[in-house]
Every structure is written in structure tokens, then in C-alpha cells.
Design a protein around this ligand. Structure first.
Ligand code: SF4
Length: 703
């Protein structure tokens, strides 16, 4: 462990992985990243997790795409095909940038001509910068002529966003996670922050150590339970039953904050009437939490000085994800636990820039700043700004786009940095759709499982190879700085999108992200008083900020909500079962998610030496009881099947997993969890039910 090489350059930036947004310093020698140090950013205070510290050598991986590539004439697109990333020349030929960009743009123009704008769609990426997200959605809206633009937010917090916009008029968090320092009660529900937001988890643990009551609500007993005052291991998919029972107690026992409810909310009488039916005794057999605990936790939350709620995909990735989030919003609103230090609502955002990409309009129903594309006045303002007539109808979402390809409605796609051939539910369906496209342009750093279906592959930039801003889960806009040269002929993502736009007839003259930022910020009041130069100078600025020389606000909604009348809206949630429940043939519940060491579809972390060495193998986590029932030993291979597919992987005994449940991380192409998942959607957020479907688990006999 003795360091033999020393850096000749240090560059400050932001971690490219999760939404915590840790600031860091790259230490570089001869244009190679040697190591990374944590920096004193507002979200991390010098801390980094294993991904932020050891997850960077993917940038130097020999599998990086370094030349534009065009699919060879006559080579068919076959679903589930594997291409050796070191030898893509069986399927592709090398091209110049001019040839590849011309071919990409001409393919889009031809489809627009023959099928109209609705024949095209685009997936941008929450791993790119705010400026790149802004440019991408602008290209799809003004160049393609459609609102068919989306990104991975559809697969993570779309239902939370739907509920938050409806309930409190804003999709962002009401308080930074660092506010736990002022909380005496902390709920963490449907989230495993130790693995998914590790640095945020350290703040939660410190708060618990200081004496705050940490309440963990999760069907899997996560690692945070060691620090918890209460662990509520409720039955999978019964969030609404458990939360409505708590709301029932707060209303029936008059524990709600009458003055707050009267001043800052609407809909209370109907809401109170609705929750009457959900008594703790009636909900106990449904959610599996005893009535006394439901009462005790409800009382503790309502009586707290300052209580805050954090949630993750366990809440959002359900067909009733929006209802789950509505209950959490109601819990905060009726108790007045919002708008003060140490209180509030915080959906822990997944990707490093999923907040910023959504803010910048990379979603099919909203222009930047969540302005509806269907509102004529808003659309008129954007038409005036962009100088072009815009599509008056909301576009299709991620899963709907795959269905539209199968229906031959969508013929061409531009995908920047997303990997739907691994991240979408029901991968057989998604991969068949991608293979069916007439024209697919993929812009990425590796030949991903999606790029193998491309007609044109455009080699792009890893995060340390470009400048740009990103916005973390805390609403902190931070500066990412170029630290490394691009490999071979690869280009920055923003440059590629601009060149495509020019070839589609758009008169774009931006020469750097700093030219894009002012235009984007001019359409986003959230960025008032936050200039590019200020972010560059201060490294991080929280929005909203009241003046160029004043820090941004960590806590918002101190005087009501950005909704009509300033009222938060109470919305009743019904009990809705998951779309597919266990039965005789498929008696288990499958739930999916991430691991500490691997990021999403694994395209970066499985090419990071240390991370891949720690977790090299596809696993399925099952309970001790399941291991015994299957008659196997931990580590033996098992087969997990659903109505959509089958994967073989190594069993891992995990005492956090209840009997009858199997958990599979979705990073492993050799046993892709999403071959199994259910594409059924939440009707409001259009998010698939990744957290619940019926499955079969079998031992694989030893040969
Ligand atoms: Fe990166 Fe998230 Fe880890 Fe921080 S907590 S180092 S942002 S992965």
C-alpha cells in the first residue's frame, strides 16, 4: 500500500455516481487518474463511499469506444446478441465524425419526413450534466418535433415527483438530508441508504447516535436497523396500509397540527373521513406491523419537535408508488412537520444528476422547470424563446416508448448514456423493441447492451472528461470540471448533441456548456441568482437562492407551498394490491435494486477494478429459511423465474430478506434481473413495478 506515484495535477469535481453529490478531488499523473480524495462539499463534508473513492478507473478501461462506428451493411440486429467490446468490427465499421453525424441526422430526418415527429423519441441521461440534459430535450422538442423524451427518472422517482407536484407544488426536496442534525425523529422508508446513498447514511447514523429516534420502515431489514429506534419490517407492497393506519391514529387521537392544517393545507375534512377506515387493528394483518407499534410510531412522529421523512425506490417503484408518496406527504402536512429546520420531505434521488436532468426538462410532460407542455401560454413562451412551433401534446414515457416501437409507431431513437437493454422492465420485450428500430443512434462511453443494436455509435465522454453542472438530491447545483483528456476521437456529449442539431437544421452556436447555462437558467426561476460563474466560484449553490450574494435555502416551504393559495393538498390513498401477486406456480416475491459496489446497469462499476473485485458475481439474496427449504448451501446456484424470464445465479444468504422473498441486484448482464421484472405501470408516474412481482425460486441440481 505504499504510494509510489504522485500527482502532477489536482482537479476539484463531483462524484458521478449517486444523488448525494459528494465533492472530490481527482489526483492525476500523466493524464491518468491515480486516486481520489473527498473534499469539503456541503453534502459530504470530506466523506466518500467506496464508489466515490475506488470507482474511477473505468475511465481508462481499454473497452472505451474511441471512434465513431456505423453498423455494417446487412448485419442483422438480433435480440440478446453479445458483441465482444474489444472486437466490435464483426458488426460495425469505423467512421469519421462527419460521416457518423451525417448518417445519424439523416436517419432522423428521413423518419420525421416519412412518419412525422411522433416516429422519433430520445432517452437522455441523468449521468450527464444539466447543460447536456437541456440541449438533449431541446433537440428532441425542436429538431425531432416531439415531446417523446425521457430518462431514468421514469424508473426511479417518477411517482414521487407526481405526488410532490400534486401535493406541494414542487418536485424537489423540502430540506437537505444534512438537516437531520436538527431532527429528533427520522423516518427512512423504502430505502437502503447504507448501500444506495452511503454518505447520506453516515449523517443519519450520527443523528441516531446523538439521540434522534431513527425509524426504519422496509420489508428488507436494512443495515441501518442497527441504529434504529424502531424497525418496521412491513410486508412487501403494503406501504399504504401501514401509512394510512398511522394517519388514522394521528387524526383520531387529535394529534394533528390544527393551526398548520387550517393555514397551509386544503382537503383535510375529506382526507380525515377517508383515513377513518384504516384502523391499526384492521391494517395489522395486511401490513404485518402490530397495532401497538403503529400507534406508538404515529404518536412519536406527530409529537416530535422536528420530524423528517426520507424515502427511496421501495416507495416509488410500485404500481401504487404515487399513492405511497401521497401518504408520506400527508403525514408531513397534517403534523406540520415541514418548512422548519429538521423537518420535511426528502425523496433520496438516485443518480448524480437525476434532479437536474428532470429540472432541465428531460421528461415528456414538462419543459424545463416543470412547465406543462400542454399549457398553451407556457408553450407559447417556449415557442417564442426557441423560435419554433412545438408539439402541443405530452410525449411518451420510457416503457410506453418501447411499446410504441413494437406497435411500429416509433421508428427512430437517439439514446445518450442510458442503457434500456438492461434497465427497462421485461427485458425480452425491451431488447426486441430496440432490435426492431429502423434507426438507432447510441452515444456512450462503452459498447453497452443497448449500443449493440445501434446503427450509429457515437463515442462520448466520461464525467471527468468534461465541464458541466449537476444538481444533487439536496438541490445543490455543483460544478463538474474536466480533468482528463478524451480517449481517441471521443467527444463531449454536449458537443455531439450540438453537431447533430446543426445537421437537423437548427442554428445552434453554443461553444461550451457555459454558453448553454444562461439560456437554460433564464427558463428556470429555480436558478435565479445562480450564475455559471457563481457555481464555478463557490463549487456548490443550493437553489432557491434569494440573491447572488446570499446562500441558497436548505429548507423551503416555511410560508406555504408553490400551489394555488399556497396550500399543500391532502390526497387520500386507496389500498391497491401489486399488479402481480404470488400464486401456486410463482410463490415468491421478487424485488430488485442496487448494491453498494455496483451502479445501476454496471457499465461503469463492473469496469472499475476494485468494485468488481469486491462484488464480481451475480447473486440472489434469500433468507436462511429459503436456503433450508431449497436444501442448498449459501453460495449454491439457484434459478429464479417469473412469467417473463429465467436467470441462474448464486444464492446469498441474507438475514435481512424475509422468507418468501428474493432480492436481485440489476447490475449483472449474465443474470439480468430485469428479464424477470413486471412492466406494469403506476398510472400517475408511469413507473414500472420493479419492487414486486411473483417469482419461482429453485435449486439447480449439481452436475
Ligand atoms: Fe459518490 Fe454517492 Fe458515494 Fe458520495 S455517497 S461518494 S456521491 S456514490
Amino acid at each position: 500500500n505504499v504510494r509510489t506515484e504522485y500527482p502532477d495535477k489536482k482537479v476539484d469535481s463531483v462524484c458521478p455516481y449517486c444523488g448525494v453529490g459528494c465533492q472530490l478531488t481527482y489526483n492525476i499523473k500523466d493524464d491518468k487518474l491515480l486516486y481520489v480524495d473527498g473534499k469539503n462539499g456541503p453534502a459530504n463534508e470530506n466523506r466518500l463511499c467506496v464508489k466515490g473513492r475506488f470507482g474511477f478507473d473505468y475511465v481508462h478501461n481499454p473497452q472505451r469506444i474511441t471512434k465513431p462506428m456505423i453498423r455494417k451493411e446487412g448485419v442483422p440486429k438480433i435480440p440478446h446478441e453479445f458483441i465482444d467490446p474489444m472486437n466490435p468490427w464483426t458488426h460495425f465499421r469505423e467512421a469519421t465524425w462527419d460521416e457518423a453525424l451525417d448518417k445519424a441526422a439523416q436517419g432522423f430526418l428521413k423518419i420525421r419526413e416519412q412518419n412525422g415527429p411522433k416516429g422519433l423519441a430520445g432517452f437522455g441521461s441523468a449521468k450527464c450534466s444539466n447543460e447536456e440534459a437541456y440541449l438533449f430535450q431541446k433537440l428532441v422538442r425542436t429538431g425531432f418535433g416531439t415531446n417523446n423524451v425521457d430518462h431514468c427518472t421514469r424508473l426511479c422517482h417518477a411517482s414521487s415527483v407526481a405526488a410532490l407536484l400534486e401535493g406541494v407544488g414542487s418536485a424537489a426536496v423540502s430540506a437537505t438530508f444534512n438537516e437531520v442534525k436538527n431532527s429528533d425523529v427520522i423516518i427512512v422508508i423504502g430505502s437502503n441508504p447504507t448501500e444506495n446513498h452511503p454518505v447520506a447514511a453516515t449523517f443519519f447514523k450520527q443523528a441516531a447516535k446523538r439521540g434522534a429516534k431513527l425509524i426504519i420502515m422496509d420489508p428488507r431489514g436494512t443495515a441501518m436497523k442497527r441504529h434504529a429506534w424502531k424497525l418496521m419490517q412491513f410486508k412487501n407492497g403494503t406501504d399504504v396500509a401501514m401509512l394510512n393506519a398511522m394517519l388514522n391514529v394521528i387524526v383520531e387521537e387529535n394529534l394533528y397540527d390544527k393551526q398548520y392544517v387550517q393555514t397551509y393545507t386544503e382537503g383535510f375534512p375529506a382526507f380525515a373521513e377517508h383515513v377513518k377506515q384504516f384502523t391499526p387493528e384492521e391494517m395489522e394483518p395486511i401490513c404485518g406491523i402490530d397495532a401497538d407499534t403503529l400507534r406508538e410510531v404515529a404518536r412519536t412522529f406527530a409529537r416530535a419537535e422536528n420530524a423528517i421523512i426520507f424515502w427511496g425506490m421501495g416507495v416509488s417503484q410500485h404500481t401504487h408508488g404515487t399513492d405511497n408518496a401521497r401518504c408520506l406527504i400527508a403525514l408531513s402536512l397534517i403534523t406540520g412537520q415541514i418548512g422548519r429546520p429538521g423537518t420535511g420531505l426528502h425523496p433520496l434521488r438516485g443518480q448524480n444528476n437525476v434532479q437536474g436532468a428532470s429540472d432541465a426538462g428531460l421528461i415528456p410532460m414538462f419543459f424545463p422547470d416543470y412547465k406543462s407542455v400542454e399549457d398553451p401560454a407556457t408553450r407559447g413562451a417556449y415557442e417564442a424563446k426557441w423560435g419554433i412551433q412545438l408539439d402541443p401534446k405530452r410525449g411518451l414515457t420510457v416503457v410506453e416508448i418501447m411499446d410504441a416501437i413494437h406497435a411500429d409507431t416509433i421508428k427512430g431513437m437517439y439514446i445518450m448514456g442510458e442503457n434500456p437493454a438492461m434497465s427497462d422492465p421485461d427485458l425480452n420485450h425491451a431488447r426486441e423493441a430496440l432490435a426492431h428500430l429502423e434507426h438507432l443512434v447510441v452515444q456512450d462511453i462503452f459498447l453497452t447492451e443497448t449500443a449493440v443494436y445501434a446503427d450509429v455509435v457515437l463515442p462520448s465522454s466520461a464525467w471527468p472528461e468534461k465541464d458541466g453542472t449537476v444538481t444533487n438530491t439536496n438541490r445543490q447545483v455543483q460544478m463538474g470540471r474536466k480533468a482528463l483528456p478524451l480517449p481517441g476521437d471521443a467527444k463531449e456529449d454536449w458537443w455531439i448533441t450540438i453537431e447533430l442539431a446543426k445537421r437537423m437544421g437548427l442554428n445552434w452556436t453554443y461553444a461550451h456548456p457555459r454558453d448553454v447555462y444562461p439560456e437554460m437558467a433564464s427558463m428556470m426561476p429555480a436558478l435565479d441568482n445562480i450564475s455559471w460563474e457563481r457555481v464555478e466560484r463557490e463549487n456548490a449553490v443550493t437553489y432557491p437562492s434569494d440573491a447572488p450574494d446570499k446562500p441558497g435555502r436548505d429548507v423551503v416551504f416555511d410560508k406555504g407551498f408553490p400551489r394555488p393559495g399556497g396550500f399543500g393538498k391532502l390526497v387520500a390513498a386507496k389500498l391497491t394490491p401489486p399488479d402481480e401477486t404470488p400464486d401456486h406456480d410463482f410463490p415468491f416475491i421478487l424485488t430488485t435494486g442496487r448494491q453498494l459496489e455496483h451502479w445501476h446497469t454496471g457499465s461503469m462499476t463492473r469496469r472499475a477494478t476494485v468494485l468488481d473485485a469486491i462484488e464480481p458475481t451475480a447473486i440472489a439474496a434469500v433468507s436462511r429459511g429459503t436456503i433450508a427449504k431449497l436444501g442448498i448451501r449459501p453460495g449454491d446456484m439457484i434459478r429464479v423465474s417469473t412469467r417473463r424470464g429465467t436467470v441462474d445465479l448464486q444464492s446469498r444468504q441474507d438475514d435481512a430478506v424475509p422468507d418468501g422473498v428474493v432480492f436481485i441486484p440489476f447490475a449483472y448482464v449474465e443474470a439480468a434481473a430485469n428479464l424477470l421484472t413486471n412492466p406494469a405501470l403506476d398510472p400517475f408516474g408511469k413507473i414500472p413495478e420493479f419492487k414486486y412481482c411473483a417469482a419461482k425460486v429453485e435449486a439447480i441440481p449439481m452436475r
